[in-house]
Design a protein around this ligand. Structure first.
Ligand SMILES: Cc1cc2nc3c(=O)[nH]c(=O)nc-3n(C[C@H](O)[C@H](O)[C@H](O)COP(=O)(O)O)c2cc1C
Length: 215
């Protein structure tokens, strides 16, 4: 089977030759990389990555009675409803105790959820030794209740699309800063939910990005 669509008729319009750009150069260099060094990831690199790819970048609408407008992100969000929570399984990050953390995108803090039980985390990630060597695994969790009042059963689809947008930001940032990363859906749903302390029904782990220093 052809992996990409190619010409099927004579009726084609050749587009102008692509001019080079820093975005094009970055996007062309992005590759999934599954080899990680044992060196701890610097907390400054982690912080920059989280803030620049997933942090709040603006507000939509007026503040009312001390409640700010809807947060806006560096990725598109259906209805600007911010469907995602971001969790980190931290293994080797300098100055950060191993554990499960939740990223707070408006204040750019990490909220500790629990200590890291390495065997439970490994089981949730299907005992993949490649993943165990990454400094951290970022898990996108779709928080469906933020969408369902507006989008009903389409919410599930919209939250997953949003996770794809956000994950692309993360992997491009890794490329830009020389980190290895790859995205994956290879996890056990119930074990991952238990690891993150989410119910797996209204808050659903949907996509992960493993990243760390390149080997
Ligand atoms: C939805 C999705 C799930 C993926 N799951 C895995 C996975 O379980 N394990 C893995 O090693 N790579 C996984 N990948 C990464 C792909 O294997 C990778 O993107 C593909 O081989 C193309 O290589 P590239 O990313 O270097 O261009 C996944 C990618 C996507 C989009």
């Amino acid at each position: 089977m052809q992996p990409i669509r190619s010409r099927q008729s004579a009726d084609v319009v050749a587009l102008p030759k692509c001019t080079s750009s820093s975005f094009g150069e970055l996007a062309a260099r992005r590759r999934s990389a599954r080899k990680f060094s044992a060196n701890a990831l610097s907390i400054e690199l982690l912080s920059n990555l989280l803030q620049e790819t997933l942090g709040v970048t603006g507000r939509l609408g007026k503040s009312e009675e001390g409640v700010p407008g809807y947060p806006l992100f560096p990725y598109p969000s259906a209805g600007a409803l911010g469907a995602l929570d971001v969790y980190l399984i931290v293994r080797h990050v300098a100055a950060l105790a191993p554990g499960i953390y939740r990223f707070l995108p408006d204040t750019c803090c990490l909220e500790r959820v629990s200590e890291l039980n390495t065997s439970v985390a490994a089981k949730a990630l299907l005992d993949d030794s490649t993943v165990d060597r990454s400094a951290t695994t970022l898990v996108f969790v779709a928080v469906l209740r933020r969408l369902t009042h507006k989008y009903g059963i389409r919410s599930y689809r919209l939250a997953h699309l949003e996770a794809g947008h956000a994950a692309q930001n993360v992997v491009l940032h890794c490329t830009a800063t020389g980190l290895s990363s790859f995205t994956s859906c290879a996890f056990h749903d119930r074990d991952m939910s238990a690891l993150l302390c989410v119910d797996g029904l209204t808050e659903i782990p949907c996509y992960v990005v493993h990243f760390g220093n390149a080997a």
